[in-house]
Design a protein around this ligand. Structure first.
Ligand code: ATP
Length: 316
């Protein structure tokens, strides 16, 4: 049986109720909702019934308990989530612009999440792990980069596979050494899940075709391109698959990429071929945007099947 592990930030999200509202206005705030890109990813994996575990840190506070309780209830193994008595759980604040964009204010680097380090990668945390998923957004502190690289090395040494979603935010790119760390992860990645210009950015390519050649030369065997409301594509050993977006009403786009990634990786680990995994992932991303709150739209196979109008097929 596969077991998927990820590591990184565990936070709550507090958001504006409607598009165009600023967080400072009275009656605008909604939340806290469980969040953090790796947490959303792994929650989606667990909702699909695949064994899932998360390594991270929370404070000994109500926000930390809110997220870990949700993850545990959805089936994620949170035994390697450290509860730190002298730190607070991180938070992200989101507003929605009229042009479809979002603005974030993060309290993460100085939160419990920033204290994640390689020491947390105990043999118990890694035990039975057949696949590791790395989020670029998690690599915001040297200790976390070290932990991620060590986890990649250990999982690969044990015969496991690695997936990588850069999940970059513009302000992160200014951080010294981040691009080099992301490239180190990329060079050991089996499944790469970029969106927007992340495909070309990390391999310094001018266009998609050049980027794909360079990724293949690095040994990346599957590239899954997320295209928001335009669907998704997958370039794999058997060729190329594209999937059109499902028609849904978008309520809250945050978390779509993480749910998409969780579903794609879970399906591949269950033995589904890339084009089949892409269809489930496309549905997971689409369903995620129909729910307010980044983790609220993580789906079961039954929910995805209802959206796709087909019988659920949890195992290939
Ligand atoms: P985020 O970082 O906000 O989680 P992302 O950029 O990583 O997002 P997206 O490309 O926004 O990821 O979304 C992932 C996938 O979810 C898309 O490739 C698509 O399959 C699906 N999806 C996203 N938005 C929509 C939408 N409005 N309608 C239908 N499907 C969508």
């Amino acid at each position: 049986m596969p077991r998927i592990l990820t590591l990184g930030e565990i936070v709550v999200e507090i958001m504006a109720r409607d598009v165009g509202q600023s967080l400072g206005a009275p009656g605008v705030l909604l939340g806290p909702y469980p969040s953090g890109a790796p947490a959303i990813f792994i929650d989606q994996v667990a909702r699909l019934g695949v064994p899932a575990a998360l390594v991270g840190c929370v404070g000994d506070d109500a926000f930390g308990r809110l997220v870990t309780a949700r993850l545990a209830a959805d089936g994620v193994d949170v035994s390697a989530v450290a509860v730190l008595p002298d730190a607070t759980t991180g938070a992200a604040f989101v507003t929605y612009r009229g042009d479809g964009g979002r603005d974030f204010v993060f309290h993460i680097a100085d939160s419990a999440s920033g204290r994640l380090g390689a020491a947390q990668l105990s043999p118990q945390a890694l035990q039975g792990c057949t696949h590791l998923h790395v989020m670029g957004s998690s690599l915001f502190a040297p200790g976390i980069v070290e932990a991620a690289l060590r986890a990649v090395a250990q999982v690969r040494a044990a015969g496991g596979t690695v997936s990588f979603d850069p999940n970059l935010r513009q302000e992160m790119l200014a951080r010294a050494g981040l691009k080099a760390a992301l490239r180190q992860v990329l060079a050991q990645t089996d499944i790469f899940l970029p969106s927007g210009d992340e495909l070309t950015l990390l391999v310094d390519a001018e266009d998609e075709a050049t980027a794909l050649q360079r990724l293949q030369a690095l040994g990346v065997r599957e590239v899954v391109i997320k295209r928001g409301a335009a669907g998704a594509s997958c370039i794999h050993a058997g060729g190329r698959s594209d999937v059109a977006p499902l028609a849904v009403e978008e309520i809250d786009p945050t978390g779509a990429g993480d749910c998409f990634g969780g579903a794609y990786v879970a399906c591949r680990l269950l033995g589904h071929p890339p084009e089949e995994a892409l269809r489930w992932a496309n549905a997971a991303g689409a369903r995620a945007v129909t729910r307010r709150g980044p983790m609220e739209g993580a789906s079961t196979f039954t929910e995805l099947a209802a959206l796709l109008g087909r019988v659920p097929a949890p195992a290939a």
